[in-house]
Design a protein around this ligand. Structure first.
Ligand code: GDP
Ligand code: IMO
Ligand code: MG
Length: 433
């Protein structure tokens, strides 16, 4: 009677979508607990590729209830667009399996406008320009509009007017033109009609499901190093992406969570600005980008690529309390002669095995690498650990020892079947009748 958290252990895009989709075979309810349409989670079923931004990655498994938790920020037009696109691709009746927390905050056009205007100026950090930061600002400023406000259009309009008034000086200062409340409300009416039937008290729904013995999965977005508190501030997103955010963002007590599964690539990527100590600007970096198809699933931006950073992974293990890892994209390393892994950092104060997260921009703080042998075999067809080349097994062992966390799932390709299960935390968690 407990929930499993799936959390990104790096800077996002670790393959959470693939792992959640794979694990949904063992889940009855999947809850997204943070972020919004800045996320892009890729699911590959057969030869079909689906990218979800707001909808939880369990949606392609019939019979699974998918919940947008109150830790999320939801853009109503993006949500409806996503539902229509998926239904148009043959996933009929999908809206009936979706629940939207009535406490989730809405992303409205003025949030997207402010995000875009700011990104055009000096303070740009390379956001996804989806209005994430401004929507969370509204939440904390207590001027936010919540999904539950869609139930009463009069109340919705009053809240939109108050929020607009609060944003007006910022929009004017940034050289933008604020929309009027009337302009904003017109498209909201049909969107509200579609979203209101999906609204519910998600906290109670999820807690009831756990009490009834249903298997609940809490799906993170972004990653540990993009977390507002534990990431590389200020080059972060505006929510708690870490596992601690799963309890708050889904509305359950932390003691309802039994297992935390961290997702990490076999190397590292980052989109947007900010420190990335193991970043590569050479043929190895190009190999990772091209073979790993490292282009943003939301913005199409080329992802920055680099070697695996073990101190950063240990940091993620600590701040999330990771029980196990899903190691993805091991297949992408095929063909690289020598693999480097960051095992520590040189700093002006000496060598450390800690991730020096607050010193990453200090001159002289540099990663220390250990080299490991590569392999040439294509891994996509392997289904057990024993079949893997010995150098690949050595790489996994090195990672497990360095991170201090065992690998539960090994992903050797984007498809469901390209997964090796070493330990399944869902087994023994029977489905409710
Ligand atoms: P997410 O945001 O964490 O869900 O990750 P994204 O979907 O943004 O990016 C991960 C990308 O890697 C997607 O294109 C996936 O289809 C792909 N992917 C996931 N696991 C693997 C893997 O093991 N090998 C390869 N080659 N691709 C993978
Ligand atoms: P998933 O869930 C990778 C990054 C942006 C930017 C910073 C802030 O697919 O892993 P924001 O729009 O959130 O204000 O941008 O965070 N970012 C992501 N990078 N994967 C994501 O999501 C991301 N969501 C936000 O590139 O650097
Ligand atoms: Mg992504």
């Amino acid at each position: 009677m407990s929930a499993v958290v799936i959390v990104g252990a790096q800077w996002g895009d670790e393959g959470k979508g693939k792992v959640v989709d794979f694990c949904t075979e063992f889940a009855d309810v999947v809850v997204r607990y943070a972020g919004g349409p800045n996320a892009g989670h890729t699911l590959v079923v057969g030869d079909e590729k689906v990218i979800v931004r707001l909808i939880p990655s369990g949606i392609l498994r019939e019979g699974t209830r998918c919940v947008l938790g109150q830790g999320m920020v939801v853009d109503p037009s993006v949500l409806i667009g996503e539902i229509d696109t998926l239904e148009g691709r043959g996933y009929a009746g999908l809206a009936a399996r979706l629940t939207v927390s009535d406490r989730a905050h809405l992303i409205l056009p003025y949030h997207v406008l402010v995000d875009s205007l700011r990104e055009g100026g000096k303070g740009a950090i390379g956001t996804t320009k989806k209005g994430i930061g401004p929507a969370y600002e509204d939440k904390v400023r207590r001027t936010g509009v919540r999904a539950g406000d869609l139930r009463d259009l009069g109340r919705l309009r009053a809240r939109v007017e108050a929020a607009l008034e609060a944003w007006l000086p910022t929009i004017t200062h940034l050289g933008g033109r604020a929309p009027s409340a009337a302009e904003l409300m017109e498209p909201m009416v049909p969107l509200a009609e579609r979203i209101v039937p999906m609204l519910d008290n998600a906290s109670k729904l999820v807690d009831d499901a756990i009490r009834a013995g249903r298997r609940v999965m809490l799906e993170g977005a972004q990653g540990t190093l993009l977390d507002i508190d534990h990431g590389t501030y200020p080059f972060v997103t505006s929510s708690n992406a870490v596992a601690g955010g799963a309890a708050v963002g889904s509305g359950i007590g932390p003691n309802r969570i039994s297992t935390v599964l961290g997702i990490t690539k076999a190397y590292t990527t980052r989109v947007g600005a900010g420190p990335f100590p193991t970043e590569l600007d050479d043929r190895d970096g190009q190999h990772l980008r091209e073979v790993g198809a490292e282009f943003g699933s939301v913005t199409g931006r080329p992802r920055r690529t680099g070697w695996l950073d073990l101190p950063a992974l240990r940091y993620a293990a600590r701040v999330n309390g990771l029980d196990g890892l899903a190691l993805t994209k091991l297949d992408v390393l095929t063909g690289m002669d020598r693999l480097k892994v960051c095992v520590g950092y040189d700093t002006p104060a000496g060598r450390t095995s800690e991730f020096p997260i607050d010193l990453l921009d200090v001159p002289g703080v540099l990663p220390v690498y250990q080299e490991l042998a590569g392999w040439t075999e294509h891994l996509g067809e392997y289904r057990t650990l024993d079949e893997l080349p010995s150098t690949a097994r050595a790489y996994i062992r090195f990672l497990e020892e360095g991170a201090g966390v065992p690998v539960y799932f090994l992903s050797v390709g984007p498809r469901r079947r390209e997964t090796i299960v070493l330990h399944n935390p869902f087994v023994g968690r029977a489905a409710a009748p």
